[in-house]
Write a protein that binds this ligand. Sequence first.
Ligand SMILES: [Cu+2]
Length: 127
Amino acid sequence: MQRSTTSRARRSLVIILTFVGVVWASLPAHGADELTFTAVEKGGSKMWEGGGTIDLKGPVTLNVKNTLTAEHGFAIDTMKVKDVIKPGEEKTITVPLEDINTMVSEHRVYCQLHPKHVAATTKVAWK
Ligand SMILES: [Cu+2]
């Protein structure tokens, strides 16, 4: 009797923990955003490929990679980001929440060195 009560309690605990885990995983975000951008060449045009959605709940981590043979700019005016990425270089840029303009729903990610270099876009969730 004692034994079966214990195993039943254990089983319900497992069910509860599984449920909590599923709910946690299905939440939109946990406060940290991570985005990846890669400088590539496609069909003769150079472009920043990547992007995604951020939720403005915490700092944003940008993983930036330049696969090309020349250096390229990496700029997001609405996040106060302006950098130059060397050929083959991989860089992680962390943008604090206070540097992000919360009035815009789309952030343009572009190369400040080459006007023809195609830009990428990052969207803000719930806007
Ligand atoms: Cu460029």
